[in-house]
Design a protein around this ligand. Structure first.
Ligand code: FES
Length: 156
């Protein structure tokens, strides 16, 4: 376990559920995401059941349970977005960069996650990349968005 994470857990071992969110925020800041191993450590160290940690953390958009790439793509899979074609968007992303939801590309550039309703149903399908929102996304539109983000990679 990362030394910084160990220190955070030692410092907060008696804090209980009251300090769980800030603890998870600090750990995610260091680790980039909340792995199953980290959730187990948090559970053991703070005496909170793993399923309770998952249930609390998954309520907040800010937490990720998959390793994130430098460009983290979130596709809404809520009902309205699904009806309007979010699955075709996910399939196109898979075709373009070769990953399915919950994965990261080998070069670490892109990661992909499907998430529940993002609260903009009339604009669906909705996609978010690096806190920027794209609305009425189609397969063609996501293809262009990915090309633009790939160009950023090549510029580095
Ligand atoms: S279902 Fe996608 S924003 Fe609500």
């Amino acid at each position: 376990m990362n030394e910084e994470v160990r220190r955070i857990l030692e410092k907060n071992s008696r804090g209980g559920a009251d300090v769980l969110i800030p603890v998870l925020q600090e750990i995610q800041e260091i680790e980039g995401y909340l792995s199953p191993e980290i959730i187990s450590e948090v559970s053991r160290s703070m005496g909170i059941a793993e399923n309770r940690i998952y249930s609390i953390a998954s309520f907040y958009d800010q937490f990720s349970f998959v390793p994130r790439g430098r460009k983290h793509i979130r596709v809404c899979s809520g009902t309205a977005c699904h009806v309007n074609g979010s699955e075709a968007v996910v399939n196109e992303i898979h075709k373009q960069i070769g990953i399915k939801p919950g994965a990261r590309t080998k070069d670490g550039w892109f990661s992909l996650e499907t998430v529940p309703c993002m609260g903009a149903c009339s604009l669906g399908p909705v996609v978010e990349i690096d806190n920027k929102h794209f609305s009425h996304v189609t397969a063609e539109k996501i293809r262009n968005i990915i090309v633009t983000h790939r160009e950023e990679e090549e510029e580095l």
